[in-house]
Design a protein around this ligand. Structure first.
Ligand code: SF4
Length: 296
């Protein structure tokens, strides 16, 4: 489909590809509320689509509005977060629902500063909500988009740990002036990075940019040598915290975690550290002190 001549031809290719290949995700449907989009963006911050979708559906069925979530307890929100990981996001979403009710009449505001002031909403999420909930022109730059632009425009195998100003300016310059096309570019470049231009095994043969991609033209250099940024998981505090949260989610009464048999392989010092950090983060509550019992 011909687009505005001011648009980079690679941007047009991605928009056309997205029209053909976009996954049908519930938060992309026209009848999805701004609240549904906000919830999806918070869930997708650190968790892939396949794991988010069922939890998102249950969440929206139960709490279709911010007011509905605000009327529930934080423990219910943390329990419903299930195994999405980084459960502080559930707490922040619950706090966000309260802020929306108290300051915005239970609606998601269509204003960048008001969005940025919400718990759990940073620069990326605020822009994604403006684009995907309200159809506004915004620069939505997640790691998928950074990878696509880095490869197709700059022949860079993987994004750097920190975004430079020049990178941000280039990304902003690529966003079409038309609000509708800008949303399609934002969603399309994200989808291309998630499905085709993946971090370690890009499927260039299936990519709409294969004939114009700077990285392919340069001979696809540097990917094998690039350091992997995967985090060790087994035995980390994050894993132990996740196991503790799972025990509390499954329980309907306070649980003794210090000496729980399912945590027998965890050193006492690590157990204590993880319990302290969960209490400090406000994710679990101490009920009794001798022996210490905990609830969500
Ligand atoms: S051609 Fe390959 S490297 Fe270039 S954007 Fe497409 S998938 Fe990514």
């Amino acid at each position: 489909m011909p687009h505005d001549s001011a648009i980079d031809p690679r941007v047009s290719e991605v928009i056309d590809w997205f029209a053909r290949e976009a996954r049908d995700l519930p938060w992309r449907r026209e009848d999805c509320s701004a609240w549904g989009v906000l919830v999806s963006e918070v869930m997708l911050q650190q968790t892939p689509v396949a794991r988010v979708e069922p939890v998102w559906r249950r969440w929206l069925d139960r709490w279709p509005t911010p007011a509905a979530l605000a009327a529930s307890s934080q423990a219910d929100a943390v329990r419903a977060w299930d195994r999405l990981g980084y459960p502080r996001r559930a707490k922040r979403l619950w706090e966000c629902a309260h802020t929306l009710v108290e300051r915005h009449g239970g609606e998601v505001p269509r204003d960048p500063d008001a969005l940025l002031a919400l718990p759990g909403v940073g620069d990326y999420t605020a822009n994604a909500i403006l684009a995907f909930a309200f159809g506004e022109r915004a620069v939505v730059l997640d790691t998928n988009v950074r990878r696509v632009i880095g490869r197709a425009w700059r022949a860079q195998p993987l994004p750097t740990a920190h975004m430079t100003r020049a990178e941000r300016e280039q990304a902003a310059a690529l966003v079409p002036a038309s609000a509708r096309l800008s949303v399609e570019w934002n969603a399309g470049s994200m989808e291309l990075g998630a499905l085709v231009c993946t971090a370690r095994a890009p499927r260039c043969g299936e990519c709409p940019l294969r004939d114009e991609c700077a990285w392919v033209a340069a001979g696809s250099p540097g990917l094998d040598e690039a350091p992997r940024r995967t985090q060790a998981w087994h035995g980390t505090d994050r894993q132990v915290r996740g196991r503790m949260m799972a025990l509390l989610r499954a329980a309907d009464a306070p649980v003794v975690l210090d000496s729980h048999p399912d945590l027998g392989d965890v050193e006492a010092e690590q157990r204590e550290r993880c319990l302290e950090s969960l209490v400090r983060d406000g994710l679990i509550q101490v009920q009794e002190s001798a022996p210490a019992t905990y609830t969500l």
